[in-house]
Design a protein around this ligand. Structure first.
Ligand code: SAH
Ligand code: SF4
Ligand code: F3S
Length: 464
């Protein structure tokens, strides 16, 4: 592909699936410069930390990890080898100048909207290093939101396995009062329909059986299609389902406000649309939902779930919750617990509210004490875990179509995903990776389900 000398690239990814997608794209744009994956940062000619700013812990971790990377660079310098260090992602976007000041040894700081320009930045950093191992370049900071969408400048991605990610939407205009995403990712943007269909076809042609459509507000998708018509996510899902070889479609993360009927009805009509939805509700208290600027009530959420379950009775649900948002009383928290008991979730993520500088909620005087947040988080997680266990336990004895994605930890074992996003393992030949197998669930482990072939012979496998 290239005559550039072989170099090693190590990318550490924090945060959400959009960052996972972005890390893969960064590797793609650097491949023509001769960068191939490194096993560890110690062997790398270039290290990128692709960071997350969502909660304080996530952001602080970057600085401790940078210290470690710097130590690797010193060790390499002693051997006469060089290393370029870059910080990408949402901490870079929000705290670019602070990174330059706190960690002046960093060569490149780039935001999520500028990584198509990485080759140019790397060339500049390399020139600055030229002959000075372990040296710092002038320090390159590129965190603007360029007018030209980066997607137009990225090479076409290929699938790296049977399950692939595809970013269709970025950014957020909703400004929930606790959240940094509108500031780190910028305004909402939907990629054109034709670009998405082309990328999906490429992924399917290179082996993807399942595509997860990504966006901070994926169901707010409103991309331009043929004849300048605007398509929503429901219509897009229907078109994607027609692509040869593509058997499964998922999407994340959705917002309750954008859960329109066209999308919900697609769950009834499009078998490829998997019966699993991550739909964050954050809280069950209307007072807190309003204070958060979520733009929906607990009853709105209940109605959406009822409609979805009307269309697709086996719909499994997931959500995000924040406990201890400023002003949250015991009664508000109880409303969250009541909503969880009523809806029942197959899985969920829950967090203590973390004040983020620059967001409206951070300056409220009604901050909830840490010990109260701890107790609420504990109670909520106990309840959610109990529901998750019950959901998984009810799967034992049932037969599912499982997409086998990779080898398991034990020899001879393959791991896959049920329609409900449960991890399933089975003894099977590696040649079946990429197949959708009919498996009977026979056991419940702590984080996965154990299965056997539903029909005695492996020959009955559907290959998509
Ligand atoms: N766009 C998605 C959420 C993206 S952030 C949505 O609207 O649902 C992922 C999750 O992180 C959020 O759903 C929320 O539960 C959590 N989160 C965001 N900001 C937070 C904060 N300041 N403190 C604690 N959790 C937060
Ligand atoms: Fe953040 Fe709210 Fe936007 Fe989700 S909808 S990314 S929580 S501001
Ligand atoms: Fe984190 Fe940025 Fe994703 S803040 S959750 S990496 S959009």
């Amino acid at each position: 592909m290239t005559d550039a000398p072989a170099k090693r690239l190590f990318i550490k990814t924090y945060g959400c699936q959009m960052n996972v997608y972005d890390s893969a794209r960064m590797a793609d744009v650097l491949a023509p410069l001769g960068y191939a994956p490194a096993e560890s940062p110690a062997d790398a000619d270039m290290v990128i930390l692709n960071t997350c700013h969502i909660r304080e812990k996530a952001a602080e971790k970057v600085f401790s990890d940078l210290g470690r990377v710097r130590a690797y660079r010193s060790e390499r310098a002693a051997e006469g080898k060089d290393m370029i260090i870059a910080v990408a992602g949402c901490v870079a976007q929000a705290e670019g100048a602070e990174i330059m000041a706190r960690a002046p040894f960093v060569d490149i700081v780039l935001g999520p909207q500028t990584y198509h320009r990485l080759p140019e930045m790397v060339a500049r950093a390399a020139r600055a290093h030229d002959g000075k191992t372990g040296a710092k370049s002038a320090g390159i900071l590129d965190t603007e939101f360029p007018v030209e969408p980066k997607f137009d400048h990225l090479p076409a991605p290929r699938a790296e396995g049977p399950a692939a990610f595809l970013s269709i939407q970025e950014g957020c205009d909703k400004f929930c009062t606790f959240c940094v995403v509108p500031y780190t990712r910028g305004a909402e943007y939907s990629r054109p329909v034709a670009d998405i269909l082309r990328e999906a076809k490429n992924l399917a042609d290179s082996g993807a059986r399942e595509i997860t459509l990504l966006g901070q507000n994926v169901n707010a998708y409103h991309g331009v299609g043929e004849n300048d018509e605007v398509w929503g996510l429901g219509r897009l899902a229907r078109a994607l389902a027609d692509i040869d070889g593509l058997s499964r479609i998922r999407y994340t993360t959705s917002h309750p406000r954008d859960m329109d009927d066209a999308l919900m009805a697609a769950h009834r009509d499009v078998p490829a649309l998997m019966p699993f939805l991550h739909l964050p509700v954050q809280s069950g208290s209307d007072k807190i939902l309003e204070a958060m600027n979520r733009g929906h009530t607990a009853d709105d959420y209940r109605r959406i779930i009822a409609t979805l379950r009307g269309y697709r009775p086996d719909m499994a649900l997931s959500s995000d919750f924040i406990v201890g948002y400023p002003g949250e009383s015991d009664k508000d928290f109880e409303a969250t617990m009541a909503l969880v008991r009523e809806i029942t979730f197959a899985q969920a993520f829950s967090f203590k509210y973390s004040a983020r500088a620059g967001t409206p909620a951070a300056v409220l005087r009604t901050q909830v004490p840490e010990d109260v947040k701890d107790a609420r988080l504990y109670a909520l997680q106990e309840l959610l875990l109990e529901q998750q266990r019950a959901f998984n336990k009810a799967s034992v004895g049932r037969t599912f179509d499982v997409l086998l994605t990779h080898a398991g930890r034990h020899p001879g074992q393959l791991v896959g995903k049920s329609p409900y996003l449960q991890a399933v393992h089975v003894m099977a030949d590696p040649k079946h990776i990429g197949a959708i197998a009919r498996l009977k669930i026979v056991s419940l482990e702590s984080n996965s389900l154990g299965a056997v072939w539903a029909d005695a012979s492996e020959s009955t496998i559907k290959t998509a």
